[in-house]
Ligand binder design. Sequence first.
Ligand SMILES: Nc1ncnc2c1ncn2[C@@H]1O[C@H](COP(=O)(O)OP(=O)(O)OP(=O)(O)O)[C@@H](O)[C@H]1O
Ligand SMILES: [Mg+2]
Length: 274
Amino acid sequence: MSSDSERKPTIITICSTKGGVGKTTLTANLGGFLASLNKRVLLVDADVQPALSSYYELAQQADCGLERLLIGGDLTNTISATSAGCDLIYSDDPEGKLQDWVLHTPDGRTRLKYLLNQLKANYDFILIDTQGAVGPLQDAAVIAADLLLSPIPTETMSAREFARGTLGMLGRLQPMTYYTTLTLAPLYGVLYRVDRTKDAANVALEVREELGGGGSGITIMDAVIPSAVAWREAATQQVPVHTLTKHPMAKLSLMAVIAELGILPVAQGGGNHA
Ligand SMILES: Nc1ncnc2c1ncn2[C@@H]1O[C@H](COP(=O)(O)OP(=O)(O)OP(=O)(O)O)[C@@H](O)[C@H]1O
Ligand SMILES: [Mg+2]
């Protein structure tokens, strides 16, 4: 790897303290799109409700997933391959034991970062999907990140609700950085499932007015992800949305997000990450 690529944000955690906002859909489709650009992508399902694990069909299934990785501290046989061209560490924790384990293990919140850092040489991007509620495993996924991306749905959420939830969660983790070398990754918010209603326009305006312009701890992106049936169709067909050629807008919006995050060289996706 060149020193330039080492500076790039590799681990991107898609997070929000609210459920149903589009985290899994965004994670799967960003991953599928980046893989189509010949990037080596690893998806990590850190949600006890393992929606990402079955989002795509598996081309090859490893013996185990996140539980072995974290509790065993062992990467062996934890990486599956999906039909979308991304690898996957699936969620194998139906009883939610990992939450307790992370909570009660001294290095619980930092071990995921340590282990995924070992995989950075093998991947251009590691995308972590999280549960939509505060919890120790979500903390671990946030701490592991080089960059945090949060969908902000315009049909349900207000700027205040978002600030209370997701920004509050980051504020709670801040003390972990005081006496250590840990830093929290920059947080990007993308207005999500934007439709043509007046409500959506009002929420978008409110979010930009209250949280945009710096100082709030989040960068509200200019790029937005529209609400479109294509995303549901793609999920049903278990394919990345950009492959549905009759819905080119979905691909364009993913390209805009990637360009604005600056995670690809200019020729492929946009500017460099600041
Ligand atoms: N751009 C979009 N346009 C329309 N519908 C969408 C879009 N993205 C996602 N959806 C739909 O929104 C719903 C919630 O999405 P998703 O499951 O990705 O959210 P989530 O944040 O992962 O939820 P949870 O917190 O339960 O894990 C799904 O039915 C999905 O198909
Ligand atoms: Mg989800």
